[in-house]
Design a protein around this ligand. Structure first.
Ligand code: CP
Length: 330
Protein backbone atom coordinates (compact mmCIF):
# COMPACT_ATOMS: atom_id res chain seq x y z
CA UNK A 1 0.00 0.00 0.00
CA UNK A 2 1.19 3.60 -0.50
CA UNK A 3 3.29 4.99 2.35
CA UNK A 4 1.03 7.97 2.93
CA UNK A 5 -1.03 7.01 5.98
CA UNK A 6 -3.92 9.21 4.90
CA UNK A 7 -4.24 7.42 1.55
CA UNK A 8 -7.46 5.58 0.84
CA UNK A 9 -8.90 4.23 -2.43
CA UNK A 10 -12.12 6.15 -3.04
CA UNK A 11 -13.14 5.18 -6.58
CA UNK A 12 -16.47 3.37 -6.75
CA UNK A 13 -15.92 3.08 -10.52
CA UNK A 14 -12.75 2.33 -12.49
CA UNK A 15 -13.23 4.25 -15.72
CA UNK A 16 -9.85 5.62 -16.77
CA UNK A 17 -6.23 5.93 -15.70
CA UNK A 18 -6.30 9.64 -16.50
CA UNK A 19 -8.34 10.15 -13.32
CA UNK A 20 -6.21 7.97 -11.01
CA UNK A 21 -3.46 9.36 -8.78
CA UNK A 22 0.02 7.89 -8.32
CA UNK A 23 -1.14 6.44 -4.97
CA UNK A 24 -4.20 4.89 -6.64
CA UNK A 25 -2.02 3.18 -9.27
CA UNK A 26 0.39 1.93 -6.59
CA UNK A 27 -2.56 0.72 -4.54
CA UNK A 28 -3.88 -1.44 -7.41
CA UNK A 29 -0.40 -2.89 -8.03
CA UNK A 30 0.28 -3.59 -4.34
CA UNK A 31 -3.16 -5.17 -3.89
CA UNK A 32 -2.50 -7.28 -7.00
CA UNK A 33 0.76 -8.45 -5.38
CA UNK A 34 -1.27 -9.79 -2.45
CA UNK A 35 -3.78 -11.49 -4.75
CA UNK A 36 -1.15 -13.07 -6.99
CA UNK A 37 -0.30 -15.50 -4.22
CA UNK A 38 -3.91 -16.76 -4.22
CA UNK A 39 -3.42 -18.19 -7.74
CA UNK A 40 -0.55 -20.37 -6.48
CA UNK A 41 -2.70 -22.07 -3.80
CA UNK A 42 -4.25 -25.49 -4.25
CA UNK A 43 -7.66 -23.92 -3.50
CA UNK A 44 -7.56 -20.75 -5.62
CA UNK A 45 -10.35 -18.87 -3.84
CA UNK A 46 -10.73 -16.31 -1.06
CA UNK A 47 -14.01 -14.94 0.31
CA UNK A 48 -13.23 -11.23 -0.33
CA UNK A 49 -16.31 -10.67 -2.55
CA UNK A 50 -18.55 -13.46 -1.24
CA UNK A 51 -22.20 -12.51 -1.77
CA UNK A 52 -21.37 -9.92 -4.48
CA UNK A 53 -22.54 -10.23 -8.08
CA UNK A 54 -20.36 -9.22 -11.05
CA UNK A 55 -21.76 -9.00 -14.60
CA UNK A 56 -19.59 -8.98 -17.72
CA UNK A 57 -21.34 -6.81 -20.35
CA UNK A 58 -19.19 -7.06 -23.48
CA UNK A 59 -20.50 -5.33 -26.60
CA UNK A 60 -17.22 -6.20 -28.39
CA UNK A 61 -15.39 -9.54 -28.64
CA UNK A 62 -12.69 -10.40 -26.14
CA UNK A 63 -10.56 -13.36 -25.12
CA UNK A 64 -8.20 -12.08 -22.40
CA UNK A 65 -10.20 -9.36 -20.64
CA UNK A 66 -13.49 -11.20 -20.42
CA UNK A 67 -12.01 -14.49 -19.23
CA UNK A 68 -9.71 -12.70 -16.83
CA UNK A 69 -12.55 -10.73 -15.19
CA UNK A 70 -14.64 -13.93 -14.91
CA UNK A 71 -11.79 -15.79 -13.24
CA UNK A 72 -10.95 -12.81 -11.03
CA UNK A 73 -14.54 -12.57 -9.75
CA UNK A 74 -14.65 -16.32 -9.21
CA UNK A 75 -11.37 -16.34 -7.23
CA UNK A 76 -12.82 -13.64 -4.98
CA UNK A 77 -15.93 -15.84 -4.46
CA UNK A 78 -18.30 -13.42 -6.23
CA UNK A 79 -21.10 -14.74 -8.44
CA UNK A 80 -20.28 -13.95 -12.07
CA UNK A 81 -22.74 -13.62 -14.95
CA UNK A 82 -21.51 -13.46 -18.54
CA UNK A 83 -24.16 -11.35 -20.28
CA UNK A 84 -24.26 -12.30 -23.95
CA UNK A 85 -25.01 -9.27 -26.10
CA UNK A 86 -25.49 -11.37 -29.24
CA UNK A 87 -28.42 -13.33 -27.75
CA UNK A 88 -29.85 -10.44 -25.68
CA UNK A 89 -32.66 -7.98 -26.39
CA UNK A 90 -30.05 -5.51 -27.67
CA UNK A 91 -30.84 -7.18 -31.03
CA UNK A 92 -34.44 -5.90 -30.63
CA UNK A 93 -33.24 -2.33 -30.14
CA UNK A 94 -32.87 -2.11 -26.35
CA UNK A 95 -30.44 0.68 -25.48
CA UNK A 96 -27.19 0.33 -23.54
CA UNK A 97 -28.66 2.23 -20.58
CA UNK A 98 -31.92 0.25 -20.50
CA UNK A 99 -29.98 -2.99 -20.77
CA UNK A 100 -27.69 -2.03 -17.89
CA UNK A 101 -30.55 -0.80 -15.68
CA UNK A 102 -32.47 -4.04 -16.22
CA UNK A 103 -29.42 -6.14 -15.42
CA UNK A 104 -28.76 -3.99 -12.34
CA UNK A 105 -32.36 -4.45 -11.17
CA UNK A 106 -31.53 -8.13 -10.57
CA UNK A 107 -29.18 -7.14 -7.74
CA UNK A 108 -25.82 -6.58 -9.39
CA UNK A 109 -22.87 -5.00 -7.55
CA UNK A 110 -20.33 -4.47 -10.36
CA UNK A 111 -20.80 -4.14 -14.14
CA UNK A 112 -17.67 -4.80 -16.20
CA UNK A 113 -18.35 -3.10 -19.54
CA UNK A 114 -16.68 -3.19 -22.94
CA UNK A 115 -18.20 -1.10 -25.72
CA UNK A 116 -17.07 0.20 -29.13
CA UNK A 117 -18.07 3.79 -28.25
CA UNK A 118 -15.62 6.02 -26.35
CA UNK A 119 -17.32 7.26 -23.19
CA UNK A 120 -19.75 4.33 -22.90
CA UNK A 121 -18.41 3.34 -19.46
CA UNK A 122 -18.81 6.93 -18.19
CA UNK A 123 -22.37 6.99 -19.50
CA UNK A 124 -23.14 3.73 -17.70
CA UNK A 125 -21.60 4.90 -14.43
CA UNK A 126 -24.01 7.83 -14.41
CA UNK A 127 -27.04 5.69 -15.21
CA UNK A 128 -26.66 2.90 -12.65
CA UNK A 129 -26.14 2.79 -8.88
CA UNK A 130 -23.68 -0.12 -8.87
CA UNK A 131 -19.95 0.08 -9.66
CA UNK A 132 -18.78 0.17 -13.29
CA UNK A 133 -15.37 -1.08 -14.43
CA UNK A 134 -14.31 -0.05 -17.92
CA UNK A 135 -13.04 -3.06 -19.88
CA UNK A 136 -12.31 -0.91 -22.95
CA UNK A 137 -14.39 1.89 -24.49
CA UNK A 138 -13.72 2.62 -28.15
CA UNK A 139 -10.35 4.31 -28.65
CA UNK A 140 -10.60 6.05 -25.25
CA UNK A 141 -9.17 3.85 -22.46
CA UNK A 142 -8.59 0.29 -21.31
CA UNK A 143 -7.62 0.97 -17.69
CA UNK A 144 -7.08 -2.59 -16.45
CA UNK A 145 -4.86 -3.33 -19.48
CA UNK A 146 -2.80 -0.23 -18.62
CA UNK A 147 -2.56 -1.33 -14.98
CA UNK A 148 -1.51 -4.87 -15.84
CA UNK A 149 1.09 -3.49 -18.25
CA UNK A 150 2.56 -1.26 -15.51
CA UNK A 151 2.42 -4.11 -13.01
CA UNK A 152 4.34 -6.36 -15.43
CA UNK A 153 6.94 -3.66 -16.11
CA UNK A 154 7.41 -3.05 -12.37
CA UNK A 155 7.75 -6.79 -11.76
CA UNK A 156 10.40 -7.07 -14.50
CA UNK A 157 12.51 -4.00 -13.64
CA UNK A 158 11.64 -3.41 -9.98
CA UNK A 159 10.69 0.16 -10.91
CA UNK A 160 8.84 2.23 -13.50
CA UNK A 161 10.36 5.70 -13.00
CA UNK A 162 13.18 6.48 -15.40
CA UNK A 163 12.40 3.74 -17.91
CA UNK A 164 12.02 4.53 -21.63
CA UNK A 165 8.89 2.86 -23.00
CA UNK A 166 8.14 2.84 -26.74
CA UNK A 167 4.53 2.17 -27.75
CA UNK A 168 4.50 1.33 -31.44
CA UNK A 169 2.04 1.10 -34.31
CA UNK A 170 -1.63 1.94 -34.56
CA UNK A 171 -1.69 4.61 -31.84
CA UNK A 172 -4.71 6.54 -33.13
CA UNK A 173 -7.12 3.64 -32.62
CA UNK A 174 -5.57 2.37 -29.40
CA UNK A 175 -7.21 2.67 -25.98
CA UNK A 176 -4.23 0.70 -24.64
CA UNK A 177 -1.83 3.43 -25.80
CA UNK A 178 -3.86 6.13 -24.04
CA UNK A 179 -4.20 4.24 -20.75
CA UNK A 180 -0.48 3.37 -20.79
CA UNK A 181 0.45 6.96 -21.51
CA UNK A 182 -1.49 8.40 -18.55
CA UNK A 183 -0.23 5.83 -16.08
CA UNK A 184 3.39 5.59 -17.25
CA UNK A 185 3.78 9.39 -17.21
CA UNK A 186 2.35 9.60 -13.69
CA UNK A 187 4.78 6.91 -12.52
CA UNK A 188 7.77 8.76 -14.00
CA UNK A 189 8.51 6.79 -17.19
CA UNK A 190 9.37 8.40 -20.52
CA UNK A 191 6.74 7.48 -23.11
CA UNK A 192 7.62 7.40 -26.81
CA UNK A 193 4.88 6.91 -29.39
CA UNK A 194 6.04 5.62 -32.78
CA UNK A 195 3.86 5.00 -35.83
CA UNK A 196 2.98 6.19 -39.32
CA UNK A 197 1.66 9.78 -39.46
CA UNK A 198 -1.77 8.50 -40.55
CA UNK A 199 -2.05 6.46 -37.33
CA UNK A 200 -0.22 8.86 -34.99
CA UNK A 201 -1.49 12.43 -34.99
CA UNK A 202 1.14 14.97 -33.85
CA UNK A 203 -1.41 16.15 -31.23
CA UNK A 204 -0.42 13.17 -29.04
CA UNK A 205 2.67 15.19 -28.09
CA UNK A 206 0.34 17.55 -26.19
CA UNK A 207 -0.65 14.62 -23.94
CA UNK A 208 2.97 14.18 -22.86
CA UNK A 209 4.30 11.53 -25.26
CA UNK A 210 7.38 11.99 -27.45
CA UNK A 211 6.20 11.41 -31.02
CA UNK A 212 8.45 9.68 -33.59
CA UNK A 213 7.70 8.48 -37.10
CA UNK A 214 10.94 6.49 -37.54
CA UNK A 215 11.13 3.40 -35.32
CA UNK A 216 14.82 2.86 -36.11
CA UNK A 217 15.63 6.24 -34.51
CA UNK A 218 14.53 5.01 -31.07
CA UNK A 219 14.56 1.20 -31.09
CA UNK A 220 18.11 0.92 -29.71
CA UNK A 221 17.43 3.20 -26.73
CA UNK A 222 14.28 1.85 -25.15
CA UNK A 223 13.89 -0.47 -22.14
CA UNK A 224 10.39 -1.60 -23.10
CA UNK A 225 8.77 -1.93 -26.51
CA UNK A 226 5.01 -2.37 -26.46
CA UNK A 227 3.78 -3.41 -29.92
CA UNK A 228 0.14 -2.58 -30.61
CA UNK A 229 -2.25 -4.59 -32.72
CA UNK A 230 -3.02 -3.02 -36.09
CA UNK A 231 -6.78 -2.60 -35.73
CA UNK A 232 -7.75 -3.38 -39.32
CA UNK A 233 -11.45 -3.27 -38.42
CA UNK A 234 -11.17 0.42 -37.43
CA UNK A 235 -8.72 1.60 -40.12
CA UNK A 236 -9.88 3.35 -43.28
CA UNK A 237 -8.14 2.16 -46.46
CA UNK A 238 -6.60 5.60 -47.06
CA UNK A 239 -4.73 5.38 -43.73
CA UNK A 240 -3.02 2.13 -44.56
CA UNK A 241 -1.66 1.59 -48.08
CA UNK A 242 0.28 -1.66 -47.56
CA UNK A 243 0.65 -4.24 -44.77
CA UNK A 244 4.09 -5.16 -46.10
CA UNK A 245 5.29 -1.58 -45.92
CA UNK A 246 3.90 -1.23 -42.37
CA UNK A 247 5.87 -4.31 -41.26
CA UNK A 248 9.04 -3.02 -42.93
CA UNK A 249 8.79 0.39 -41.25
CA UNK A 250 7.07 -0.34 -37.91
CA UNK A 251 7.12 -4.10 -37.28
CA UNK A 252 9.30 -5.72 -34.63
CA UNK A 253 11.06 -7.98 -37.12
CA UNK A 254 13.95 -10.32 -36.28
CA UNK A 255 16.34 -7.97 -38.07
CA UNK A 256 15.15 -4.88 -36.16
CA UNK A 257 15.27 -6.78 -32.88
CA UNK A 258 19.06 -7.21 -33.25
CA UNK A 259 19.34 -3.44 -32.77
CA UNK A 260 17.39 -3.43 -29.47
CA UNK A 261 19.02 -3.39 -26.03
CA UNK A 262 20.01 -6.94 -25.02
CA UNK A 263 17.48 -7.01 -22.16
CA UNK A 264 14.69 -5.08 -23.90
CA UNK A 265 11.27 -6.14 -22.59
CA UNK A 266 8.82 -6.95 -25.39
CA UNK A 267 5.10 -6.47 -24.72
CA UNK A 268 1.87 -6.76 -26.69
CA UNK A 269 -1.68 -6.44 -25.30
CA UNK A 270 -3.06 -9.08 -27.69
CA UNK A 271 -4.57 -10.27 -29.86
CA UNK A 272 -1.44 -10.32 -32.04
CA UNK A 273 -1.20 -10.10 -35.83
CA UNK A 274 1.82 -12.40 -36.02
CA UNK A 275 4.15 -11.43 -38.85
CA UNK A 276 2.65 -7.93 -39.15
CA UNK A 277 3.42 -5.82 -36.04
CA UNK A 278 5.57 -8.52 -34.40
CA UNK A 279 7.41 -11.60 -35.66
CA UNK A 280 6.61 -14.93 -34.04
CA UNK A 281 10.30 -15.40 -33.27
CA UNK A 282 10.21 -12.32 -30.98
CA UNK A 283 6.71 -12.87 -29.57
CA UNK A 284 7.68 -16.36 -28.39
CA UNK A 285 11.28 -15.52 -27.51
CA UNK A 286 13.06 -14.98 -24.18
CA UNK A 287 12.56 -11.18 -24.12
CA UNK A 288 8.80 -11.51 -24.47
CA UNK A 289 6.53 -10.71 -21.52
CA UNK A 290 3.33 -11.24 -23.48
CA UNK A 291 2.00 -14.27 -21.59
CA UNK A 292 3.22 -12.80 -18.29
CA UNK A 293 1.01 -9.79 -19.05
CA UNK A 294 -1.95 -12.15 -19.38
CA UNK A 295 -1.15 -14.01 -16.14
CA UNK A 296 -0.68 -10.74 -14.25
CA UNK A 297 -3.98 -9.46 -15.64
CA UNK A 298 -5.82 -11.87 -13.39
CA UNK A 299 -4.28 -10.48 -10.17
CA UNK A 300 -4.72 -6.89 -11.38
CA UNK A 301 -8.40 -7.52 -12.17
CA UNK A 302 -8.92 -9.18 -8.79
CA UNK A 303 -7.43 -6.04 -7.23
CA UNK A 304 -9.61 -3.75 -9.37
CA UNK A 305 -12.86 -5.56 -8.49
CA UNK A 306 -11.89 -5.69 -4.83
CA UNK A 307 -11.00 -1.99 -4.58
CA UNK A 308 -14.11 -0.65 -6.36
CA UNK A 309 -16.23 -2.92 -4.19
CA UNK A 310 -14.54 -1.57 -1.04
CA UNK A 311 -15.18 2.02 -2.14
CA UNK A 312 -18.82 1.26 -2.98
CA UNK A 313 -19.29 -0.31 0.45
CA UNK A 314 -17.25 2.41 2.19
CA UNK A 315 -15.86 0.18 4.95
CA UNK A 316 -14.50 1.81 8.11
CA UNK A 317 -11.01 0.38 7.50
CA UNK A 318 -9.45 -0.90 4.26
CA UNK A 319 -9.50 -4.71 4.32
CA UNK A 320 -6.15 -6.46 4.71
CA UNK A 321 -6.02 -8.74 1.69
CA UNK A 322 -2.85 -10.49 2.80
CA UNK A 323 -4.53 -11.41 6.10
CA UNK A 324 -7.07 -13.66 4.35
CA UNK A 325 -5.88 -17.17 5.25
CA UNK A 326 -5.62 -20.06 2.85
CA UNK A 327 -8.32 -22.61 3.70
CA UNK A 328 -7.01 -25.64 5.58
CA UNK A 329 -6.19 -28.55 3.29
CA UNK A 330 -8.60 -31.48 3.61
N1 CP B 1 -5.89 -7.01 -24.57
C1 CP B 1 -7.19 -7.24 -24.73
O1 CP B 1 -8.02 -6.39 -24.37
O2 CP B 1 -7.53 -8.44 -25.28
P1 CP B 1 -9.02 -8.97 -25.53
O3 CP B 1 -9.64 -8.10 -26.60
O4 CP B 1 -8.88 -10.40 -25.94
O5 CP B 1 -9.76 -8.81 -24.24
Amino acid sequence: MPNTHSYRWTHKHLLSLEELSVDDIKSVMDTADSFKEVSTRSVKKIPALRGKVVVNMFFEDSTRTRTSFSLAASRLSADIVDFSVKTSSVSKGETLIDTARNIEAMGVDIIVARHPASGAAYLLSRAVKCSVVNAGDGAHEHPTQGLLDLYTIRERFGKIAGLKVAIVGDIANSRVARSNLWALKKMGAEVIFVGPPTLLPRSFAQLGAKVFYDLDEVIGEVDVVNMLRVQFERIKSSQFPSVREFTQLYGLTSERFTRCKKDVFVMHPGPMNRGIEISSHIADGPNSGILTQVSNGLAVRMASLFLVSQAAGAPAEPAKVSAVPEPAKA
